[in-house]
Design a protein around this ligand. Structure first.
Ligand SMILES: [Zn+2]
Ligand SMILES: [Zn+2]
Length: 102
């Protein structure tokens, strides 16, 4: 099963066919399984959700949970262009994921 994240950083879980719901804010996201339409999006999201050794850059950023001092980071551009991209972090140590607005 694919694991994906909402704009708010919450986990998206399947609600019904082609629809996922954010466990955090309850927002529903349509996820049609037409690969031609979603290929572009999927590529970015797969990088984000890789649960093995992720191919992400690492920076010195303290984890708010375990206080480890290194985290993976990536940016997600939310759907509207006038919003700034959201910076996501994932602790190298405990895999805790959090986000910060630019
Ligand atoms: Zn959400
Ligand atoms: Zn941590």
């Amino acid at each position: 099963m694919d694991v994906e994240f909402c704009d708010c950083g919450g986990l998206l879980v399947p609600a019904r066919e082609n629809v996922r719901r954010c466990r955090n804010c309850g927002r529903e996201v349509e996820k049609p399984f037409d690969s031609r339409l979603t290929d572009e999006t999927k590529k970015t999201e797969i990088v984000v959700i890789e649960d093995n050794e992720p191919d992400l850059p690492v920076m010195e950023k303290e984890c708010p949970k375990c206080h480890h001092d290194k985290s993976y980071y990536w940016l997600i551009q939310t759907r509207s262009i006038d919003e700034p991209p959201t910076q996501f972090f994932r602790c190298v140590e405990c895999r805790h994921v959090w986000r910060e607005y630019k």
